[in-house]
Design a protein around this ligand. Structure first.
Ligand code: COA
Length: 435
């Protein structure tokens, strides 16, 4: 709407300011003109954890957290999950439009021809202890790709950027599968370029001595759907890290590794692993009420519940529940599902969770499917990182193309000491020790 503005009166000076509103937002820099006196730095905003601050303008993903809506480039997640393949959605997220048949064929071909990793990267992986956490191996190995492709530093060249995007999307399943094989002590399986993206991933995970791996079509499709659901989620913690690290013009491999590191935390992508641990700890339906009482008393969280943006059912959780039923027809029902369903039913009827608008998020059911497919919980966050690489790269590209973006650098409110007189070591007392 034209001529929208907000009027602020500074009670310190009685000066009045009209700040323009655009897209429901005022510019934080417009506040800087509001000064108590000529020497004043100007007004800032204080927003720990970005609760009410837009850090960018983005045309990639739309979320309406109150209505439970998720769209990539304007298409509903339900349509995309039902009608597309993961690489088709990756193309949409990265380039803004759904591909034509010719574009998709070319894109799939491009990604497929970047699935191999350098032999030295294999050796690098071998340096990890057999019981190293797969996510630690994954993050380090993605970062190590930076040493193999020094050309990636040329981030201002669109062709170079596209090449690294293809390399990363092509190689992350290979790295993920190798971390898995490494932890089992099995030899690595080379990519098979005749297979689809998810079939090839399953081939690299599970092929043993058979000459050609035959993926179960239902499981391959379920994995594809899970990848679609995890591909992007606007300015979440890891996307924000991708943009922040990328804003220093670091290469996309180290940026992606940094984003994956952010994802690994239990409050973000690490939650799916924690959900399985929680269900193990609960053990049986009879123990759910006691567990929830502990959560309500502030002793621990109900993992897989709650979201910064969704204050209604996470639409991805609904699709995952649907996919779970297809998977269980092949694998048999995961006994943990019964506990999860009952936990959800009780929590959704409980005043504590209703009042705080806490609903199941994407991680509540994804681990149950992954476990039924044969993955160990330590692999769950790696399975999240593979498809999210697409979203991170789209956010990175968009950030680089945005003329308003600069190196990311928040302000602080300094709360420490004023200038202090230096104390020589022999005169310091224990209280003066810096924490
Ligand atoms: C996702 C998450 C980090 C969002 O955090 P947030 O937006 O900062 O929300 P808050 O921590 O302010 O939570 C608001 C209230 O709900 C409570 N709450 C949030 N998530 C909760 C959970 N999973 N279990 C129990 N209580 C929860 C908080 O304790 C707080 O209660 P209070 O108002 O009495 O202090 C948080 O919901 C969480 O830790 N969930 C579990 C981890 C998870 O599943 N992460 C995956 C996200 S896809």
């Amino acid at each position: 709407m034209a001529n929208e503005s907000v009027n602020i009166v500074d009670k310190r000076t009685n000066a009045s300011y009209d700040l323009p509103i655009s897209k429901g937002t005022i510019r934080a820099m417009d506040l800087r003109q509001i000064k108590a006196n000529a020497d004043d730095f100007g007004l800032m905003t204080y927003d720990p954890a970005f609760m009410n601050t837009a850090s960018c303008q983005s045309a990639i993903t739309f979320i309406d957290g109150d209505k439970g809506i998720l769209r990539y480039r304007g298409y509903s997640i339900e349509d995309l999950a039902e009608k597309c393949t993961f690489l088709e959605v990756a193309y949409l997220i990265l380039f803004g439009e759904l591909p034509t048949t010719v574009q998709l064929t070319q894109w799939v071909n491009e990604i497929t021809h970047h699935t191999m990793i350098h032999e030295t990267t294999k050796k690098f992986l071998e340096g990890f202890s057999f019981n190293a956490h797969p996510m630690g191996m994954y993050i380090s190995t993605v970062a190590a790709l930076s040493t193999i492709y020094p050309d990636a530093r040329n981030i201002s060249d669109p062709a170079t950027r596209r090449l690294q995007i293809c390399r990363l999307i092509g190689k992350v399943p290979t790295i993920a599968a190798y971390t898995y094989r490494h932890s089992l002590g099995y030899p690595y399986v080379y990519p098979d370029n005749e297979l689809s993206y998810t079939e090839n991933f399953m081939n690299m995970l599970w092929r043993m001595v058979e000459p050609k791996y035959q993926a179960n079509a239902v499981l391959a499709r379920a994995l594809d759907i899970l990848f679609i659901l995890h591909a992007d989620h606007e300015q979440n913690c890891s996307a924000n890290v991708m943009r922040a690290v990328g804003s220093s013009q670091a290469d996309p491999y180290v940026c992606t590794a940094a984003a994956a590191a952010a994802l690994s935390g239990p409050l973000h992508g690490g939650a799916n692993e924690e959900v399985l641990r929680m269900l193990d700890e609960i053990g049986s339906k009879e123990r759910i009420l006691a567990f929830l009482e502990n959560v309500k008393a502030g002793r621990g969280k109900l993992m897989g519940f709650g979201h910064r943006i969704y204050k209604n059912y996470d639409p991805r959780a609904r699709i995952i529940k649907w996919a779970a039923d297809r998977v269980f027809e092949v694998t048999g029902r995961n006994p943990k599902l019964e506990i999860a369903l009952e936990l959800e039913r009780i929590a959704l009827a409980d005043e504590y969770f209703i009042k705080r608008k806490l609903y199941p998020n994407v991680d509540f059911y994804s681990g149950i499917i992954y476990q039924a497919m044969g993955f160990k919980p330590e692999m769950f966050t790696v399975l999240f990182a593979i498809p999210r690489t697409v979203g991170w790269l789209a956010q990175w590209q968009e950030m680089l193309a945005d003329p308003e973006q600069k190196i990311s650098r928040p302000r602080q409110i300094y709360t420490g000491h004023e200038l202090r007189k230096f104390v020589p070591i022999e005169k310091r007392t224990a209280e003066a020790v810096v924490g």
